[in-house]
Design a binder for this molecule. Sequence first.
Ligand code: NAD
Length: 509
Amino acid sequence: MSQGIKIKNLINGEWLFPEWCDVVPLYNPSTGEQIGVVPLSTPEISNQAVEAAAAAYPSWRATPLPKRMDYIFKIYNAMKENLEDLAQAIALDQAKHISEARGEVSRVIEIVQMACSIPTLMQGETIQGIAHNINGRVIKAPLGVFCGVAPFNFPALVFGWFIPVAIGTGNTFVYKPSSESPLFMQKMMQLLIDIGLPDGVVNVVHGEREVVESWYDNDDVAGVCLVGSTPTAKAIAEGCGRNGKKSMLLGGAKNFLLAMEDAPMDLLIENILMSGYGSAGQRCLAVSNIAVVPEIYDEFMERLVEASKKITIGNALNPDIDMGPVISQKAVDRIHNYIEIGLTEGATLILDGRNPNVLGENKNGYYVGPTIFTDVTPCMRIAKEEIFGPVLSIIKVGCIDSTLELIKEHKLGNGACIFTQNTFYTEKFINEADVGMIGVNVGICAPHPFLPFGGIKGSLVGNNKVQGKDAVDFFTQNKTSTIRIVNPKDESATTTTPNNSGVRSCVAS
Ligand code: NAD
């Protein structure tokens, strides 16, 4: 039987399928059909990719900035021209609803637009006259080879977060997509070849953790970045820390939404449907715990359950359905297990997404329908742990303060939203919610590409965030120089002058 699409590595501009490696099957989660195979590349293959990136680095770094920017502009144009093709790839193997897949590619195009500002974002600083004839200057220099690892749920976005900024600032790159959603990068890398990006500047290696672990003690690797679960982020932090490498590690999430008594109800329900069930709940900014004050609780529950029951489920490529499948049978099993846990813990299952009604001929796909628990308390596992599926936990809360306390106590701190029309509540929530990204009357609080994206606490291991100046800071290093201006015609410049003490103190400190 044919194995379908053979997902290939791209090393030094060459597409390669390592026939001798083990493979994992690639499925279409909407139908459960196998559509291809993904190689489990060995550390040796990963090292070859790093070698290619290291070899490409000197001339790429020396490429004048406007010329490097030419390539970033070409990536922008190529993505715009091929938006539909790229979105179809995401809707096929990651089974993100086609309209959301288009949204993801559109967002990446905006991120590439941000990367077109690198000539401004990577400007350094100078200070003139720190002593007589002495100036200070900081330049932001590239570091060499960066390596990146992606989760299954945002194959395009994570490419956008890492690669345009890394290469725009003069580094070269090795990227490992998730083996559950590699198709986007096959298309994207062909676009990079088509625009004429020099060989070795971006390389792709498919596989699992062995690929990543081979980077830690490779002297050519300057840093590693990941978007993934918190345990993976911690494992990579350890490997990088041991070997003195930079790392930028975005981890898991469990996001709160607080509905106050003056929440605009239509907007609230519409945003919860989008945020809770979009991508079948497999988003790091998906709302998961919903805190509701007593004044609106009954009306809110009635409206939410009624709207949730109307969500249609089916093939992610069908634009007429609302929600596609989750990524795998393993994910279905994990979500079902959490539903059992919720029941055992004493929560009330008022909408059960197990065995949902699936439209069309997609019975073997990996579907879970909208699921709602009420009577949830903060110490239950369904309120504490990341379920990563379309499961909402409703918590009755007394006021804004008690919700802020719940958010503070939670180990993860990616995003949180408040729905209110009251300025006092708004400002208090912005000031006190212990998370990295905040939404006000916005269900998915994804910051614009010019602003930093990332959580705090367990949702971010280390300090570095993606997007904007933060990303430029990660992919560059500050180099500070102290420059004495010597006039070759002025012989006294080499002898002691009245200003010499100023010079000495400046140089010594
Ligand atoms: P995952 O952590 O299982 O895998 C992510 C990537 O890391 C994969 O490419 C995988 O092959 C690799 N990997 C797994 N274990 C590893 C290890 N021990 N060492 C090195 N590499 C390893 O995550 P996933 O299931 O693919 O994605 C879902 C997770 O990603 C969720 O926790 C979600 O919240 C998180 N996520 C976070 C953000 C964010 O912005 N914070 C965005 C998207 C997804």
